[in-house]
Ligand binder design. Structure first.
Ligand SMILES: NC(=O)c1ccc[n+]([C@@H]2O[C@H](COP(=O)([O-])OP(=O)(O)OC[C@H]3O[C@@H](n4cnc5c(N)ncnc54)[C@H](O)[C@@H]3O)[C@@H](O)[C@H]2O)c1
Length: 284
């Protein structure tokens, strides 16, 4: 299924930019918000943003007119979700408020409409019992500013169908994002989990099957503008050095570090990183 018409609920920092990004790439997008003043501000912001694109020579007036015709605001929820394929929830980061929103909006849509949440930390499982068709619910986590940042996490919960995750993932690709598709939920998802104690947690994610090591590097390179993700960087600093440190820690604590076996195998195979031409990645 191809998503062609969306409603973005919440016209704050994230919501308006996500809706604009969709409109730029040919999707009909309506921003819904509880607060009328926010919608007035969104209309003004949209005009100014698009005028700025023309002034900077990044878009033609014709392109901007077409985008503006696809970008709408609406203060009535029922009307906002009329005929949409997907709703992207971007309201405040409060579980009870989001739960209430999903319960309400579910009354206005049929069971085929996708419900994606842009929550920063909450997995969509937390809201699965609020809707009649949880298979249509997933996380779609953009980074701020959403018009600029390429990285998006699509997170498939145990309730989420493959078709739902794929449709959301493909929408990200159409918006020229660099998405990853996580097939197992974790609070904070790849990016925000990683940034705290990056290497420790990077290894935990991979060890436990939440992401591949390539996806961890994509997260840091495209989500946080790190020049290299931790595993690519580790190829540069040397797998053998890291393994030595892991081994020492294992001997001292008796606690086996995450990915210990992976590092041991790489060392045994002589895949020590860039210096040997192979590590996590292969080099010319
Ligand atoms: N700001 C970031 O850096 C960032 C990044 C990624 C994800 N997020 C997530 O995106 C979501 C929105 O964040 P934001 O920074 O845009 O917040 P924001 O405060 O700028 O905007 C939230 C908007 O939601 C509206 N709202 C509140 N309750 C509503 C309801 N019941 N129905 C409709 N509208 C309602 C508010 O009027 C407000 O305009 C949060 O879940 C946040 O965690 C934020």
């Amino acid at each position: 299924m191809e998503i062609q018409k969306i409603c973005v609920a919440g016209g704050g920092r994230m919501g308006r930019q996500i809706a604009m990004c969709a409109a730029i790439y040919g999707v009909e997008a309506t921003v819904y918000d509880l607060v009328e003043a926010v919608l007035t501000d969104v209309e003004k912001w949209a005009d100014e943003y698009l005028a700025g694109r023309v002034a900077k020579g990044r878009m033609t007036q014709e392109q901007v007119d077409a985008i503006r015709a696809r970008f709408h605001t609406c203060k009535d929820l029922r009307e906002s979700v009329q005929g949409v394929d997907c709703i992207i929830e971007c309201i405040i980061e409060k579980e009870d408020v989001k739960r209430e929103f999903f319960k309400t909006v579910d009354q206005f849509i049929d069971e085929n409409v996708i419900l994606a949440t842009n929550s920063s930390y909450m997995v969509s499982s937390k809201f699965a019992d609020c809707v009649k068709n949880p298979s249509k619910m997933c996380n779609m986590h953009f980074y701020n500013p959403a018009l600029v940042m390429k990285f998006v996490e699509v997170v498939q919960g145990p309730h989420t169908s493959e078709e739902t995750a794929r449709a959301v993932y493909e929408l990200c690709q159409r918006m020229e994002k660099k998405p990853i598709w996580q097939k197992k939920e974790i609070p904070g998802f790849a990016g925000n989990y990683l940034i705290a104690g990056l290497y420790e947690r990077a290894k935990y994610l991979v060890e436990n099957g939440y992401c591949t090591f390539e996806e961890v590097d994509i997260a840091m390179e495209y989500g946080f503008n790190h020049k290299m993700g931790p595993f690519r960087l580790n190829d540069l600093t040397g797998i053998d050095l890291s393994f030595t440190m892991m081994k020492t820690r294992y001997e001292q604590t008796g606690v086996k570090p995450d990915m210990y076996d992976v590092y041991e195998k790489l060392v045994q195979e002589g895949r020590l990183g860039r210096k040997t031409g192979h590590g996590f990645y292969d080099y010319e």
